[in-house]
Design a protein around this ligand. Structure first.
Ligand code: A3P
Length: 286
């Protein structure tokens, strides 16, 4: 069993970053506003990429904001930054917010609001590999000794934010709502331009073609890798080791370079079992 977690309502959160009262406050007290735009993901699904894109949509492609303010201040985390007042101090206008909360712990006020949620899905095998390498660069939970060990924790849901399967099933139940847009990392990679256009449509924003070009250019993997406000090189050293990088490979299917054939086959079997009855064609797992 992985160590270093604070369990809240059956969900493990890194204990060094979260207190039960933070999660309770986020769930029960946080007031979502109708203009809010919230990026929601299971960790390592492309959260920061989406945040960068949203920042650039709001600035019409102008990179000044993304190059001068750390990404976690541009779109603060609902569940762990309330006590830092970052969210309360945000100026009026559409607030960008982020969350990894499973649906049952998401702010209750969202469900009667017109706020917009963009939920990003990613192939769980890529999520698993991405998370294994990311947490090795962090000090927030006890690291797995091997990818095999992390694989076992992931299947059991003994990893940060619990079961990928439950998180995704919970949020997929919202996919028909007008104010929820479900997108996959894979679709975003395959056709970034048209997916960004879809996001603009969902948000009711219109970009000129040259503005859209700027959004794509400034949110590219390379641009994010080079932007110290976005690549996590400024992340708190109490929690993250020097050399931490959010932009690791940025690929679809990197799991093939890390998981054995037996692990992948085993995973696919568990995937089908855990999601039995759900239209699997809606979920990336190839
Ligand atoms: P890998 O570890 O597979 O490279 P999150 O932001 O949810 O923590 O997700 C991190 C993953 O998103 C990492 O995946 C990272 O490389 C990828 N990512 C970050 N920025 C990206 C970008 N601009 N384009 C494509 N992938 C990106």
């Amino acid at each position: 069993m992985a160590e270093g977690f604070m369990w809240y309502a059956g969900i493990p959160f890194p204990a060094s970053l979260y207190k039960p009262e933070d999660i309770r406050a986020a769930h029960e007290q946080f007031v979502v506003k109708d203009e809010d735009i919230i990026t929601v993901t299971y960790p390592k699904s492309g959260t920061n990429w989406m945040i960068e894109i949203l920042c650039l949509i709001l600035s019409k492609g102008d990179p000044e904001w993304i190059r001068s303010v750390p990404i976690w201040e541009r779109s603060p985390w609902i569940e762990n930054e309330l006590r830092f007042k970052r969210i309360r101090d945000m100026k009026e206008g559409p607030r960008l917010l982020s969350s990894h909360l499973p649906i049952q712990l998401f702010p209750k006020s969202f469900f009667t609001s017109k706020a917009k949620v963009i939920y990003i899905l990613r192939n769980p095998k890529d999520v698993l590999v991405s998370a294994y390498y990311f947490y090795r660069q962090s000090k927030i939970i006890k690291n797995a000794e091997s990818l095999q060990q992390y694989y076992e924790w992931f299947i059991q849901g003994n990893v940060s934010r619990g079961s990928w399967f439950a998180h995704v099933l919970g949020w997929m139940s919202m996919r028909e709502r007008e104010n929820v847009l479900v997108l996959s990392y894979e679709a975003l990679k395959k056709d970034t331009r048209n997916t960004v256009k879809r996001i603009c449509q969902f948000l009711g924003k219109k970009l000129e073609p040259q503005e859209l070009d700027l959004v794509l250019e400034n949110s590219s993997f390379q641009a994010m890798k080079e932007n110290r406000m976005s690549n996590y090189s400024l992340a708190n050293r109490n929690y993250f080791r020097a050399g931490i990088e959010i932009t690791r490979r940025g690929m679809v299917g990197d799991w093939k370079n890390h998981l054995t054939v037996a692990q992948a086959e085993d995973f696919d079997k568990i995937f089908r079992e855990k999601l039995a009855g759900f239209p699997l064609e809606l979920l990336p797992c190839d």
